[in-house]
Design a protein around this ligand. Sequence first.
Ligand code: AIR
Length: 180
Amino acid sequence: MLAAKEPAAKALEALPPKVLVVMGSDSDWRVMKQTVATLREFQVACAVEVASAHRSPEKALGLSATAREKGFRVIIAGAGGAAHLAGVLAAKTTLPVIGVPIGGGALGGLDALYATVQMPAGVPVATVAIDGGKNAALLAIQILALREPALAAALATYKEKLARQVEEKSARLQSLLPQD
Ligand code: AIR
């Protein structure tokens, strides 16, 4: 199984990455690995970096300032607590920035949600749910799909699969209902 996957993974690594995934700490990987896994599922190459709005602001600003010229088309940023990473990245780029508030900590992720979503007018961050790493990837793919028909087709197939799964769940539930 692993052997069969290897050539595809290598082919993906050879593609120029279109999505830049940044997280405030390696402790955010718990959530951000869902982002990377979903991008890979759709054969979208990405680069992954750790950069902190507070611990390494120069790195964070440099990443976003050069992202467009490097060929990235979307940035995804995940951070927890006083989660200013997505906003700081958005300050220095004209690329769309998607923010992922990371849950946990003393305030359960509400702090990260507010810090990520409550951007001042002029500097938008498209914020997904707390720990919404998967949706961040899907939103990035939908943005890329504006110009890539193959990705749009893959998304349509994905949505059909979701609808089929709902029907399967409904059918399973019917079989659990008490019979009169
Ligand atoms: N963080 C790092 N720099 C600024 C912020 N807000 C966040 C990370 C992580 C949390 O602080 O994104 O969610 C805890 O980081 P660590 O390194 O202590 O595990």
